[in-house]
Design a protein around this ligand. Structure first.
Ligand code: ADP
Length: 499
């Protein structure tokens, strides 16, 4: 159960890995091709497990199972109450295995064990329970149509849903997408990210234990251009829910257009502004800004990567922010004293370092960090750039790493203009005690979520999604159910209507 962390070093805990095969029609199976791929531990770069590698042939089998479960299985036909009961049972089982699951995500994604236990997995459980409760609250409308007719709408499950998710929140993403789909009565084929397949397979097994019928949840780990593309272009998937990069989001949409016009929802990342006004408590602002960018090593689509500070407190803020970044402890994510683990893999590690080089060459001032740290694994120091200009790449591109870009502003209008100057529109943060400023800015910022005097305050009740090129469609909230339902109008003749 334990691997070596190197001579004289703290031992790296490696969790037991029980599930490494594809989950199709209620069974764990090898890939049709027999191929496997390696998932690695970002703390060391070592192989954690060989995972069955799904390809088009496996996606076809998974979709066939999901189709059969949808057309003839009990899931869409049982009462919403019964679906909700099964989902609640799954939530209970997830809760019972929280330690094991947090370890899997910790080793697979370099995610802090503690965060997994107090944030990711509890939130995933909450999501499941929220939608379990929604499963018997799906209502249509009664329509007072003109003439001798009456009408009503039926909300029906859309059918087979393809889910393609990224690696930064393996547990949360899984349940964020499948919970409303399951509540609606859909069946799903999920492709977890190739970097982080472990917890999704564990959840598949728990779903079986919870009594969710075969074929309702299928999990097909594999790569994007093969397994992912097979989902996006499948002729028998009715809807695809995607979270990931803008480039791949476009491919998913194109694939839908070229195949069967399946509905698409895309959540595509961000470059989120955190705007701090002169009246803010500077210590609180420093703390929040540190969390906003360094939480989960900056591998967060809503990371507060652009920090705008008003000129009156700018100098004090900068001094304190640097100290705060230097006190943000980088290390083994299984150590409770650690604030930030390694980037998820070598590719991301190198990508973040490349952006740090770009920042330097663009003329931004590197205040702290900027280098890899540790003698193995993909660790990077918390990094802050000042004097960043809006047209620099480090102010425009989603870096997806622990890199804060600091900028100064004078007026409220200037802050709004700058906040809106990227192609993204996922989230924004505002720190001020002035209600009028808070209200004006929250209405002016083109983003799907605005946090006022807080950051990362997530709740299953609050719809989540993007404006502009951060995508479209909403996760969370009752709105998310609409992605997975069709609306049917039924008009009935009433020849003897008295009106
Ligand atoms: P990230 O940069 O966060 O890794 P990606 O958009 O590359 O984001 O990946 C998000 C998800 O999309 C992953 O599950 C990945 O395997 C999948 N993916 C990558 N390429 C494709 C593709 N061509 N078609 C469908 N899915 C893809």
């Amino acid at each position: 159960n334990e691997g070596s962390g190197g001579e004289g070093k703290q031992t790296v805990v490696v969790p037991e890995i029980k599930f490494t095969k594809l989950f199709i029609n209620g069974e764990f199976v090898d890939a049709a091709s027999g191929k496997t791929f390696e998932t690695r531990d970002p703390r060391t770069g070592d192989v954690l497990a060989d995972i069955a590698e799904a390809d088009k042939a496996d996606v076809d089998l998974a979709v066939a199972a999901a189709r059969e479960a949808f057309e003839h299985g009990p899931w869409p036909r049982m009462s919403g109450y019964a679906r909700g009961r099964a989902m609640s049972k799954l939530a209970d089982l997830v809760e019972q295995h929280i330690e094991e699951l947090a370890q899997l995500d910790g080793a697979d994604a370099g995610k802090l064990l503690l965060l997994g236990k107090i944030i990711d997995i509890p939130h995933a459980v909450q999501m499941l329970r929220y939608y379990a409760g929604a499963a018997d609250k799906i209502h249509g409308e009664t329509l007072r149509v003109s003439g001798k007719y009456q009408g009503h709408t039926l909300k029906e499950p859309v059918g087979v849903v393809g889910v393609i998710i990224p690696w930064n929140f393996p547990s949360l993403m899984f349940f964020l997408k499948i919970s409303p789909a399951l509540a609606a009565g859909c069946t799903v084929v999920v492709k977890p990210a190739e970097q982080t397949p472990l917890s999704a397979l564990f959840y598949a097994n728990l779903a079986k234990e919870a009594g969710i019928p075969e074929g309702v949840i299928n999990v097909v780990p594999g790569f994007g251009p093969t397994a992912g593309a097979a989902i996006a272009s499948h002729m028998d998937i009715d809807s695809v829910a995607f979270t990931g990069s803008g480039e791949v989001g476009r491919l998913v949409m194109e694939a839908s257009a070229r195949s069967n016009l399946k509905t698409v929802s895309l959540e595509l990342g961000g470059k989120c502004p955190l705007i701090i006004f002169d009246d803010a408590d500077v210590d609180m602002a420093v703390e929040l800004s540190r969390l906003a960018i360094f939480f989960n090593k900056g591998e967060v689509c809503v990371a507060g990567s652009r920090v705008y500070v008003q000129e009156g407190i700018y100098d004090e803020f900068v001094k304190k922010a640097v100290v705060a970044a230097q006190n943000w402890k980088v290390g083994d994510p299984f150590d409770v004293a650690t604030n930030m683990g390694p980037q998820v893999d070598k590719v991301q590690f190198e990508r973040v370092l490349k952006y740090i080089d770009i920042g330097k060459s663009e003329g931004a001032t590197l205040l702290t960090g900027g280098k890899p740290t540790g003698d193995k694994g993909y660790y990077i120091e918390p990094t802050i750039f000042a004097d960043v200009k809006e047209d620099m790449k480090i102010a425009q591109d989603e870096i997806f790493g622990p890199v804060m870009s600091l900028m100064k502003f004078k007026t409220v209008d200037e802050a709004i203009e700058k906040a809106n100057c990227t192609k993204y529109g996922l989230a924004a943060g505002i720190i001020t005690k002035d209600l009028n400023i808070a209200n004006k800015v929250s209405r002016s910022v083109r983003a799907g979520t605005v946090w006022v005097n807080c950051y990362f305050a997530f709740d299953p009740e609050a719809p989540f999604g993007g404006y502009k090129m951060s995508g479209f469609g909403r996760d969370q909230g009752m709105m998310a159910m609409d992605k997975y339902m069709q609306v049917k109008s039924v008009i009935t003749a009433v020849p003897d209507s008295p009106w």
